[in-house]
Design a protein around this ligand. Sequence first.
Ligand code: RB5
Length: 152
Amino acid sequence: MKIIIGCDHGGYELKEKILPRLKALNHEIEDIGTHSTESVDYPTYAVQVARAVADGRAERGILVCGSGIGMCIAANRTPGVRAVQISEPFAARMSRRHNDSNILCLGGRFLGLDMAMEILETWLNEPFEGGRHQKRVQMIEASSHPQGGETT
Ligand code: RB5
């Protein structure tokens, strides 16, 4: 699948470690940086990844910062994005099954490589259940339209 990935300085080291593993899983990867541990502003990367996923240029996005939290807050401002900050595989699984999450935010200062890969592989492989959850996801999307939209 086509995956776009971005990070800030706090996520750089983890991103560099997961990139070869993702490529080995035969995913097509677009890496938008950052490309060093020099301090940068995480919203720059969050917004680029969010727009690429919302536009359909990439099927999924991965964002890595120190905690995963700032990236998640920033990415979720883009309509169509359902970004989740995840620290263990069960939440990764549920965020796919029930919420159709399309951007995964990881904390480079929270996670070791093995845990990050367990989360990532779970998240990449788990399907959305649809059904009653489809309506709920549609309600979220409707709420971001300027006129409001159907929320009940
Ligand atoms: C940068 O120090 C840090 O604030 C950032 O990587 C992230 O954790 C923000 O939520």
